[in-house]
Write a protein that binds this ligand. Structure first.
Ligand SMILES: [Zn+2]
Ligand SMILES: [Zn+2]
Length: 269
């Protein structure tokens, strides 16, 4: 299995997952909040094609994830897997737009696993201010990967056994609490981001890792970093402290670039 983030953060999110071998190989798109053409180029640069996807997944309705998800599914002629409440809230993801573009919709639900070829996908509902919001666990080729961004609290991920066997974890590390408090956001937005239905701070991510990082973890990708309220070195430092508290060493930790594919982690890909 290969997992490539292509864009990550409030300016747009997009990932691509490849699993299986030979005629069994499948390619799955996850969110597309960046321009379709840009996403296509990023995918090509990692040897994947956004126009031949077997399935398209949507985490939630916020436009940094959903803006171009319908055109991507339409162009690839791939079914769109999303929570029911994730669609229909704006013109770009309206039901009539799906119909007009002839996109097949498939509903997903918390813990309702489904298969795309050899890839087993399990949606996990997380607390965020766009209900429903899902993270995903991916299993194929004897590997397990997970993707969790856009969540205000971590208790879902603390559930016993949920992260067991995960070797690659893409996990939100959105903001530094002090930078957010002293930063340029208006106070309503500060409360939203830092609140229970907002985004994970570096400290929350660190505490989660200290409590629940699985011993199987090899690759940790810190994702959805705020450009205004975080710095990669702060996120990396907090994650390293969490892993150390858990007694884990040898985990490859990187930050997903806001724009462009993650390349610097050969162990991951
Ligand atoms: Zn987001
Ligand atoms: Zn969101």
């Amino acid at each position: 299995m290969r997992f490539h983030t292509l864009a990550s953060g409030s300016t747009g999110n997009c990932s691509i997952i490849l699993a299986g071998k030979g005629s069994d190989q499948v390619t799955v798109g996850l969110d597309c909040g960046i321009a379709q053409r840009t996403a296509r180029q990023f995918a090509e640069s990692v040897g994947a094609s956004l126009t031949s996807l077997d399935a398209v997944l949507l985490t939630h309705r916020h436009s940094d994830h959903s803006a171009n998800i319908v055109p991507v599914a339409a162009r690839a002629k791939a079914p769109l897997y999303a929570g029911e409440g994730a669609l229909g809230t704006n013109s770009r993801t309206s039901w009539s737009e799906l119909q007009r573009r002839d996109v097949e919709y498939r509903a997903i639900a918390d813990r309702g696993s489904f298969k795309v070829g050899p890839l087993l996908i399990t949606p996990i509902e997380v607390p965020h201010d766009a209900e429903p919001t899902f993270g995903f666990i991916f299993e194929a080729d004897g590997q397990r990967a997970a993707y969790f961004t856009d969540l205000g609290r971590t208790e879902v991920l603390l559930e016993k056994g949920l992260l067991d066997g995960i070797d690659t974890l893409v996990l939100e590390s959105n903001h530094d609490v002090t930078m957010l408090a002293n930063g340029p956001y208006p106070s309503m937005l500060k409360h939203r981001v830092g609140g229970d239905l907002g985004h994970l701070s570096n400290d929350q991510t660190s505490e989660l890792l200290a409590a629940a990082a699985p011993t199987s973890l090899k690759n940790l990708v810190l994702a959805h970093l705020s450009l205004k309220n975080n710095k990669p070195e702060l996120a990396l430092e907090a994650a390293a402290a969490g892993l150390a508290a858990r007694g884990l060493s040898g985990v490859d930790v990187v930050v997903a670039p806001a724009r462009g594919p993650l390349r610097e982690s050969p162990k991951l890909f």
